[in-house]
Each structure stands twice: as structure tokens, then as C-alpha cells.
Design a protein around this ligand. Structure first.
Ligand SMILES: [Zn+2]
Length: 649
């Protein structure tokens, strides 16, 4: 341990103590300046609450979080560290995991990093000490492996993978994997106060800094053609937590100029790029802006977000087809397949959205967040066993395909394990004397500094609206900002303590209730939902029916769908590549969703879709239900609309 390291570890001990009282969701959220050793340069207009201050109440998000938690708790810790021990030359008799964690797979170890993040997040969100202990035990094992490696390195594969990277030889994505481990350790520090986890992360940061020293700039730019995840983001976070600027220097070197320069110039050069390789680079740019105030990185973040959300996203909020942006902006007509919307992309776009939202408190960011959360994230976990989806097929006639328990460990299993551990992190935000209510999810917010508890009770989206109940130790003056979503139909209203107010707010803005709150106060918000249909970018004849924020899926039946067609098997065939795992549905798409409309009828008004019960609809003789509820059958998101001839019936 060098002297400068000893100094910063002394100072972070205090930070870890503070984190135990008010843990900040580092990986999932921008930090308040109190949590970092490096002062932040951005004035946040809305900041997240500590994850531990928001509890989910009964509803679809809590149910999904519990399924995820039960699955992750069932994974034995010794299996998660098995290949780390073997790589460090230490004995292990644990049974190796399969899939992308199998001993011969080059991405092995990535899921252990995600697992640590999920331990930190679940400890904070669900209040589980057992989960913290599972995370602590894995961190302790990683520390043992790191000590055995003697140079800060820690991974489930040998350092020679990085030699291959440096020498332009084929290798999967070693820095991608290292990022997951570093991020997992940082989350265990910020969310569980585990100081050893920060030391492990710092050791990895030191090893990375040493590796970078041997790299010329041109050579490094070649290295950065291989997926490297959020290395830059984690190094920025490490710099922020330790105050060690050497990590910031490393973070700057993990910037792929051929990607960032066009974004800074507001030029969409995204066609042909692998999507999930690049979103994390923009999250890192957002973090750089927060820690340095450099406006170039704010511009990069803004431009990228608007380009992806406005020009390259589908109705459910996801992006990518075959993991790539294959088309010019706004041209998704030929970009629907069984390989659409890699789930990791939705996870990372939500992370980026949170950063941008905190700088502006603009509620329109939450139109996107809510849409993506409900349609592209919530329904991507199997409600029975916690298996996750990789792609989200958007070509008509495919179905959902789920991972196995111990023989998949896809990238999307990792990001899914985190996503389903942090549903409570974006419901509420705060400003000076202001509360922002952004999502309609049953939950209870504890705000000790204001002596306030807010309980949100809602059947949303089965019912359009929500109810907030206040409990206050003393009367408290506060501007409560209720998000009025852009999808809100006519007739919205708000009542305080049973009295309906005259005023309302425009869709896509906040309705502000600035008053003194006391125990027993009740706010009832009514948000009427209506049917509409959104055209696919670049093809107005393909439309996705929607109800409020929900994408509706046409039910095309499950005839002929076998288990093997819907689930990655839990055993690998002998000699299989990538641990024998397959990530997309097997078989053939079948079925159609088509509707003929008379000339002059506006298809976007969705008069051709009719309500047929609570969250049930019908069109052209076919049932429709919310996309997140579809399971075990073929579906269609986009309908082909045929127009009658001018003057025809
Ligand atoms: Zn993925």
C-alpha cells in the first residue's frame, strides 16, 4: 500500500460511516456532494432520495423485485467466486456456473460484479441484512484473491486477456467485465458501507492505471473498439469517492474519440455502432460533466439522449436491433426482428435519463422513463423463477425467451439483476423545499430531514391516478410537484383533503402544490388515460396501440410453443460454445396483426381499438393486453394498417 493510498483510505472511512447512515445509490444515481471527496460542479435541480428511504408497497414492482431477490439469494456464493479463486491460484471445489460464467467463457466474472451491485441495491431497497451479508462474503473472497494476485488485479480470467487486447488479438470484452466488478464493489461501499469493497475497487483502479501507462493514445483508441462497458464511469466514481485524481486521469483515457466527437458536434454518426457498447460511454460523459462542469460533456449527453429517444427508439422505449443501430436516424421501418431491443440498452438508457433529469428537473424525461420502465423492463423477468430476457422481439409473431437459473448469465441477466433491485430509486426526487413525484408506484417515502412520510397508494395503471397520504412530525412548508404525464387525457384533476382544486397543469409538466403540509393531509390525483396509436419511426403504416404509458400487445396464441422454444435450458450440451446458451427465441414467427381502415380515418386516434375490460382491449377480433403482461404466447406490438381507397367505404 503506497502512502497516498493510506491517506485517502483514512478519509473515506468517514465517508463509509456516513454512507451507512444515508447510503447514496452511487451506481444508480448522481451523488450529492456530501457523499464524495471530489466536489461536484453541477447544480442539481432534483436529487434522488437515498434508496433506503423509499419502500415499495404491494404491486407489480414489489412482486417482481421479490422474485428477483429470491432467485439471486438462491445462488451459492462459492460458485460466484469459483473462477476468481482458480485464476488467483487458490483452491476451489465449488461447482462452476454455466453459460457466460462457464470456466471456458471469456466474459466469466461479469455476473459476480452485477451480483454485488444487486446486493447493495437490495439491501437498501428491501432492507435485507441477509443480502448484505452475502455481498460482504463475496467482497471478502475477492479481497483474498486480489491479495494473492499481488498487483491489484482481480478477475475470473487471467491478465493475458489484456495482452490480447493490447496486441489487437481477438478477445471478448475484458474491460467490460472489469467494469462490472469495479461497479459492484463501489455499490457495496456506497450502499452497504463495506470499506473493504472500496479497497478492492481502488486496487483494480490502480492496476488499470498501470496498464494504461503502457498504452500510446493511438493504440488505446484501437483497444477501445472492443466493448469496455462503463470503465470511465466507474473510474470517475472512484475518483469522486476517494478524491484521488489519478483515477480521473484514467477515466479520461477511456474515451473513444470517434464516437464522442460527432456527438459533441451534434452529428448523428450512430449507424453501424453496437448499441450497448456506447450508451455506457455517454453515462460516463454525464458523470464527467457532473464532476468537472465541462459543458462539452453535457452537450454530448443531451444530444445523444435526444437522438436515441427521438429517432432510434421503439414504442416500448427500447433501442437496438441485432444489438446495433443499423439505419439512418428516424428509419426503423426495416428494423423489427426477434433481436430487437437488447434489454441492457433499456437499463442503460434509464440510467442516463436519471442523470439528465437531475440537471433540469424537466418532467418530460419521465415520460420516457415511465414508458421504458413499464414496457421494456418490468415484463422482462419470468414471474415464476426470475429468468430474464435478452432481446425483446418486436417483429410480429415472436414470443418472450428467458434465461435459465445457472446456465445463461447473459449480460442482460446482469443488468436485469440490478434493475429489479432498484425499482424504488426514481419514484421521488427532492429539491430545496420541493418534492417531485414522478412515478405512480405504490410506495412509502421517508424524509427524515423534513420529518415527513409520504405514502403513495395506487392501482395504476388499472386506475388512472394516485393518492398521497402525508404524515408529518410538525407542519412543513413544501412545494409538492406532481408529474402530469404527456399521455394524460382530458379531465385530469387534483383534490387536497377532499376539495377539488380549480387549477390543473398541462400534460408534460408539473402541477405544483405549494403549501404547509401536516399529518392527515391527502392528495388525490386523477389522470385519465386514453387509447392512441404511435407510428413506427419511418413507417407510418405500422402502429403500436397504447393506453396511457402502456404499449398494448396483440395476443396471437401459444399454439406449438414448447418449453425449449421459450427457455434457455439449465444444462449445456457437451462441447458447446459460450457455455451452450442461446439468447433468442427458437423457432419461427407466426401470425399477423393487420387492420383495414376507411379512407380519412386517422389511425393514430385508435378508434379501431376498443376497451374490453380492465386493461383489456380488442381490435380486429384480436385481444390486446399490456405488453409487460404477455407471457407464453406469440404477440404483436406493431399493427400493419391498410388504408381504403379515396371515396371507398
Ligand atoms: Zn445485454
Amino acid at each position: 500500500m503506497n502512502p497516498s493510498r493510506r491517506r485517502f483510505l483514512g478519509s473515506v472511512a468517514a465517508a463509509a460511516g456516513a454512507a451507512a447512515v444515508a447510503p447514496a445509490a452511487l451506481q444508480a444515481a448522481p451523488q450529492s456532494s456530501a457523499a464524495t471527496q471530489m466536489p461536484e460542479r453541477v447544480a442539481y435541480l432534483a436529487e434522488p432520495f437515498p434508496l433506503a428511504h423509499v419502500r415499495l408497497l404491494d404491486g407489480p414492482f414489489l412482486a417482481a423485485a421479490q422474485v428477483n431477490d429470491a432467485y439471486l439469494q438462491s445462488l451459492p456464493g462459492e460458485r460466484l467466486v469459483h473462477m476468481f479463486r482458480i485464476t488467483a491460484g487458490l483452491p476451489s471445489s465449488a461447482e462452476p456456473l454455466g453459460g457466460w460464467e462457464a470456466p471456458q467463457t471469456e466474459l466469466r466474472g461479469h455476473f459476480t460484479g452485477h451480483y454485488l451491485s444487486s446486493c447493495g441495491l437490495r439491501h437498501a431497497m428491501l432492507g435485507s441484512d441477509a443480502v448484505k451479508q452475502q455481498g460482504d462474503a463475496i467482497v471478502a473472497e475477492l479481497a483474498v484473491c486480489q491479495k494473492a494476485n499481488r498487483n491489484g488485479y482481480i478477475s475470473a480470467f487471467p491478465e493475458s486477456f489484456f495482452d490480447r487486447l493490447a496486441n489487437d488479438k481477438q478477445v471478448w470484452a475484458p474491460f467490460y467485465t472489469l467494469h462490472k466488478i469495479m461497479a459492484g464493489c463501489l455499490d457495496m461501499f456506497t450502499l452497504c458501507g463495506n470499506r473493504q469493497a472500496l479497497e478492492v475497487a481502488a486496487g483494480l483502479g490502480d492496476w488499470t492505471g498501470h496498464w494504461l501507462k503502457g498504452m500510446g493514445d493511438d493504440q488505446l483508441q484501437r483497444v477501445l473498439r472492443t466493448e469496455f462497458g462503463g470503465m470511465s464511469e466507474s473510474l470517475w466514481n472512484l475518483a469522486a469517492l476517494t478524491g484521488e485524481r489519478g483515477y480521473a486521469a484514467g477515466a479520461r483515457r477511456f474515451e473513444k474519440t470517434s464516437f464522442l466527437d460527432p456527438l459533441a458536434a451534434h452529428r448523428d454518426a450512430l449507424q453501424g455502432l453496437h448499441v450497448n457498447t456506447h450508451i455506457p460511454q455517454v453515462i460516463a460523459a454525464a458523470r464527467r460533466h457532473e464532476l468537472t462542469g465541462d459543458p462539452r460533456y453535457r452537450e454530448i449527453s443531451h444530444y445523444f439522449w435526444h437522438e436515441v429517444v427521438g429517432e432510434r427508439s421503439y414504442a416500448p422505449g427500447g433501442t437496438s436491433d441485432g444489438e446495433t443501430w443499423n439505419t439512418p436516424p428516424g428509419q426503423l421501418g426495416k428494423a423489427l426482428s426477434r433481436y430487437s431491443q437488447e434489454c441492457c440498452c433499456g437499463y442503460n438508457m434509464l440510467k442516463l435519463t436519471r442523470h439528465l433529469y437531475t440537471w433540469s428537473a424537466d418532467p418530460r424525461y419521465f415520460d420516457y422513463y415511465e414508458r421504458t420502465l413499464w414496457n421494456s423492463r418490468l415484463g422482462t423477468q419470468h414471474p415464476g423463477d426470475g429468468g430474464k430476457m435478452y432481446y425483446f422481439p418486436l417483429q410480429t409473431g415472436w414470443w418472450k425467451y428467458f434465461s435459465s437459473r445457472t446456465n445463461s448469465f447473459w449480460c442482460c441477466d446482469g443488468t436485469g439483476a440490478e434493475e429489479f433491485s432498484k425499482f424504488a430509486d426514481s419514484i421521488y426526487f427532492r429539491g430545496p423545499s420541493a418534492l417531485f413525484v414522478n412515478l405512480f408506484i405504490p410506495s412509502e417515502l421517508r424524509w427524515p430531514e423534513q420529518g415527513l412520510t409520504v405514502r403513495q397508494e395506487t392501482r395504476f395503471p388499472a386506475a388512472g391516478g394516485t393518492t398521497l397520504r402525508f404524515t408529518a412530525g410538525r407542519a412543513v412548508r413544501l412545494a409538492v410537484n406532481l408529474r402530469i404525464p404527456s399521455w394524460t387525457a382530458a379531465g385530469g384533476s387534483v383534490a387536497v383533503n377532499g376539495r377539488r382544486l380549480e387549477a390543473f397543469a398541462n400534460p408534460g409538466s408539473y402541477l405544483t402544490l405549494d403549501r404547509t403540509w401536516q399529518s392527515g393531509d391527502v392528495v388525490e390525483l386523477t389522470l385519465p388515460m386514453a387509447l392512441r396509436a404511435e407510428p413506427l419511426q419511418g413507417d407510418p403504416a405500422q402502429l403500436a396501440p397504447m393506453y396511457g404509458p402502456l404499449v398494448l400487445a396483440a395476443r396471437l396464441g401459444g399454439d406449438g410453443l414448447t418449453t425449449a422454444m421459450q427457455y434457455d435450458p439449465d444444462t449445456a450440451p457437451a462441447g458447446a460454445v459460450n457455455g451452450g446458451t442461446q439468447v433468442a427465441p427458437r423457432g419461427r414467427a407466426q401470425g399477423t396483426a393487420e387492420v383495414s381502415l376507411p379512407y380519412g380515418e386517422e389511425p393514430e386516434a385508435a378508434h379501431w381499438v376498443k376497451p374490453a375490460g380492465e386493461l383489456q382491449f380488442a381490435a380486429a377480433g384480436t385481444e390486446l393486453v399490456p405488453l409487460h403482461q404477455i407471457l407464453g404466447e406469440r404477440y404483436a406490438v406493431y399493427w400493419q394498417v391498410h388504408r381504403g381507397p379515396r371515396g371507398g367505404a
